[in-house]
Design a protein around this ligand. Structure first.
Ligand code: ATP
Ligand code: MG
Length: 273
């Protein structure tokens, strides 16, 4: 387990709000160029919110890769994280198989294990067996998710039945909904986890990197290429900017520093590192 540094109020203004619970609903945005530690910061924020409030957090990202990455970093804090992937996803692609919900339900109920094996072997199940398998699965999924500190999934999977059926804590499903890489999500996609209901919404991303991928010109015309994050920034919503990057060699970071970030991007690593 990694120890998480305490975040100071001046560094993370939204944490003091969580602590004092001053607003019934609020949103905070956190921006930063690549490699400045946005996802590490997201994990730290989630850790402190869970420790302070004893509440549950829904941590999302628009893609499976980003959701795995976020889940992995939060799990390193020692919190109980469950990664919920869509049923159709091939879990061999997951970089966090040990915390995948579909893997965690296995080995807990001999009848379920038998039915899963049977389905894998023959490719199908009789209707009665299929219904029984889903009933046992659903019960176990709910049981595991109700014990989790953090549920991690893509924005669209946040709409799944299992997450919707969770027992509310203090009259709400989540203490906080956090969305990493939110500048790459379409606005309606971002709304899915937010609609689950939370005391606090934290959006993380970089509105100077690529926005959401929109193939349809018509959809583009309706404004879907603009993320909720970008729209909030344009509307004058304040955001917290990380400026020190730890991934690129200074020779590489000099170009984006000059062209995209008005000289504000600093290097947290030196030429020799
Ligand atoms: N405060 C820090 N001190 C040293 N290294 C750090 C710090 N914060 C993050 N890092 C390291 O920098 C790298 C990038 O961190 P992270 O993935 O959180 O960045 P990011 O801003 O989310 O990047 P991206 O824009 O690609 O999503 C990681 O290897 C991480 O361990
Ligand atoms: Mg990141």
């Amino acid at each position: 387990m990694e120890t998480m540094p305490p975040l100071k109020d001046q560094d993370m203004p939204f944490l003091s709000e969580v602590e004092y619970n001053s607003t019934p609903f609020d949103r905070q945005t956190n921006a930063g160029p690549p490699g400045t530690g946005k996802t590490v910061t997201a994990a730290t924020v989630v850790y402190h919110i869970v420790k302070q409030t004893k509440g549950r957090v829904l941590a999302c990202a628009p893609s499976n890769i980003a959701a795995d990455n976020l889940a992995e970093k939060i799990a390193r804090t020692g919190l109980k994280v469950v990664r919920v992937s869509a049923q159709r996803r091939d879990l061999k692609e997951s970089t966090v198989p040990s915390i995948e919900l579909q893997n965690q339900i296995q080995g807990r109920d001999p009848i379920l294990d038998q039915l899963i094996k049977k389905k894998e072997k023959s490719g199908w199940l009789q209707e009665q067996d299929y219904k029984l398998m889903n009933k046992i699965k659903f019960g176990l999924e709910i049981e595991i998710l109700n014990k989790a500190d953090v549920i991690c999934c893509t924005c669209s999977t946040a709409a799944c039945k299992t997450i919707s059926m969770l027992k509310p804590m203090d009259h709400q499903q989540f203490q906080c909904v956090l969305i990493d890489e939110s500048t790459q999500a379409m606005e309606p996609e971002t709304i899915i986890p937010i609609m689950k209901g939370a005391q606090k919404v934290v959006l993380i991303g970089d509105h100077k990197q690529l926005g959401p991928t929109i193939m349809s010109r018509k959809a583009d015309g309706f404004g879907l290429s603009k993320s909720l994050f970008e729209r909030l920034v344009e509307a004058g919503h304040e955001y917290f900017q990380l400026e020190e990057q730890y991934r690129m060699h200074p020779a590489i970071s000099s170009f984006p520093r000059k062209v995209f970030y008005e000289g504000l991007l600093q290097d947290g690593i030196t030429h020799g590192q």
